[in-house]
Design a protein around this ligand. Structure first.
Ligand SMILES: [Zn+2]
Length: 269
């Protein structure tokens, strides 16, 4: 029996400047590495249309690109009074194409720096409502904010849940998200030995709760600091995961492929 490996980068900012010098070559190399689906979150009004156009231009049968529409908590300064209405009408208009709402969430570090925790909560709350209204999953950004995010997820109880992007935290924190139906985005963090708590959690968690991501061009892997991250590094994240987990490489790869399709059903191999 032959098995074709198929990987999905569940979080990659392919529309960012870092990649624009040669997208066709990058996508071709991704395909050669068996990366055949890439999820592209947006950050706010400044790149919603850009990502929709990017996907129309570059998505193909062999490498499918999946846009998300949302407001990232770092970019609230981009918002005007009608941004949420605009987001809602764009989601409605492009619904068959939209994979999820996101990236959305709460960043505790930024909340302190900008003194905008309440605004972040409100914008996230609104995007959860939107996800519910359109029956979409949500891609959740977190940093020092589990205590703010979990109550909101419990309040809205999304039937499609979503992905906790760049999960870092303890086994107990992970279980709370899994209980709400969420998958955990596993990326470069696990390549750093100092991320002991997260690595321990990733080792113990049910295999069916994990999905892979790079967050490129951000979040370089251990050994690649100072360089832009790339979706090609997804394979390195996978190999790192196989050293942490006890299952066979083939079992891990097929579980990861199934997991992402469960949580984001518009992705199919
Ligand atoms: Zn991101």
């Amino acid at each position: 029996m032959t098995h074709t490996l198929s990987f999905t980068d569940s979080h990659c900012h392919l529309d960012f400047d870092a990649f624009q010098h040669d997208i066709p070559t990058l996508l071709q190399r991704c395909q050669q590495a068996n990366i055949d689906n890439i999820v592209i979150p947006t950050i706010g009004p400044s790149n919603w249309r850009k990502v929709l156009n990017f996907v129309k231009q570059y998505s193909s049968e062999s490498l499918r690109l999946h846009p998300c529409l949302g407001i990232h908590p770092w970019y609230l300064h981009e918002l005007s009074t009608n941004s949420l209405t605009e987001l809602e009408s764009l989601v409605a208009k492009h619904l068959p194409l939209i994979t999820a709402i996101g990236e959305a969430g709460i960043d505790g570090v930024i909340a302190k720096e900008h003194n905008n925790l309440q605004q972040q909560i409100d914008v996230f709350d609104n995007q959860l409502l939107l996800a519910k209204k359109f029956n979409l999953a949500i891609i959740v950004h977190h940093r020092r904010s589990h205590q703010h995010i979990l109550p909101l997820l419990k309040k809205h109880k999304l039937s499609n849940a979503g992905v906790i992007h760049a999960f870092s935290g303890s086994y107990q924190q992970a279980c709370q998200y899994i209980d709400l139906g969420f998958k955990l985005g596993i990326g470069g963090t696990i390549t750093y030995p100092r991320a002991e708590k997260t690595i321990k959690a990733v080792k113990r968690l049910p295999l069916d709760s994990l999905v892979l991501e790079t967050d490129a061009p951000a979040m370089p892997l251990n050994g690649f600091q100072g360089q832009d991250n790339s979706p090609l590094r997804l394979i390195d994240v996978f190999h790192c995961l196989t050293t942490i987990r006890s299952e066979s490489d083939a079992d891990i790869a097929s579980a990861l492929a199934a997991n992402i399709q469960t949580i984001l059903p518009k992705i199919s191999s």
